[in-house]
Design a protein around this ligand. Structure first.
Ligand SMILES: NC(=O)c1ccc[n+]([C@@H]2O[C@H](COP(=O)([O-])OP(=O)(O)OC[C@H]3O[C@@H](n4cnc5c(N)ncnc54)[C@H](OP(=O)(O)O)[C@@H]3O)[C@@H](O)[C@H]2O)c1
Length: 185
């Protein structure tokens, strides 16, 4: 397994999420409380703080976090928020509201990232970028929880099947084996 290979800065466009085992990145009303109790390996947050040069988010996700900085405030790079109506957004230091097509948003974000990675923090924008071939990596941390409903990582009824190759050593088409048991306490 290669899931401990650290993320590296390389001017990549990363679609980066913590996801429930059943494929949700937020609850139905953007809830994130399901993350409580999940642990990450030591150094993981700092790895992304160091390798991330800029972040591209959608307006809904931005409104939900209500001005909070990503990575618990440990990261202070440029954050871009895509919206069709930037005129009613609350001006916030370090945040640029963009109203352009997604490809242009990526160009702007990568330029601001200065050789580090651009992280896409939005399922809807990620789907649009995937269709344009502009996602370099899908980078997921699977939390040990089933949600049953919420915001899916990839929600595209009628859309194409997207074949993926696992990043790292070995056969990229090999399935990843995960075993869980329900917790009773
Ligand atoms: N689990 C994790 O690790 C993680 C990390 C980050 C975020 N999240 C969650 O992800 C959820 C947000 O995702 P979401 O997909 O529901 O909403 P979203 O992408 O954050 O916001 C959607 C909005 O973004 C704007 N937008 C999207 N594409 C656009 C385009 N091409 N041009 C202009 N504006 C565009 C539109 O805003 P307007 O309506 O203003 O035009 C659209 O309504 C939140 O619940 C957040 O908490 C989870």
């Amino acid at each position: 397994m290669t899931d401990f290979a650290p993320q590296t800065a390389g001017g990549k466009v990363l679609w980066h999420f913590t996801m429930s085992l059943d494929g949700f990145v937020a609850g139905p009303n953007h809830e994130m409380d399901w993350l409580a109790g999940a642990t990450v390996r030591p150094g993981l947050i700092d790895e992304y703080v160091q390798s991330t040069g800029a972040i591209l988010a959608g307006r809904d996700g931005w409104e939900v976090i209500n001005g909070a900085r990503p990575y618990g405030g440990g990261w202070d790079g440029p954050l871009f928020v895509l919206t069709h109506h930037p005129e009613d957004a609350t001006p916030t230091a370090g945040v640029t509201f963009l109203s352009c097509d997604v490809a242009e948003a990526v160009r702007i974000g990568l330029e601001a990232a200065k050789g580090k990675n651009l992280e896409v923090f939005s399922p809807t924008i990620g789907r649009q970028l995937l269709e344009l071939g502009l996602i370099d990596e899908i980078d997921l941390h699977v939390a040990p929880v089933l949600l049953g409903e919420g915001k899916r990582l990839y929600d595209n009824p009628g859309g194409p099947t997207i074949p993926l190759g696992r990043v790292g050593d070995g056969d990229p088409r090999e399935v990843v084996n995960l075993r869980y048991r329900p917790l009773t306490d």
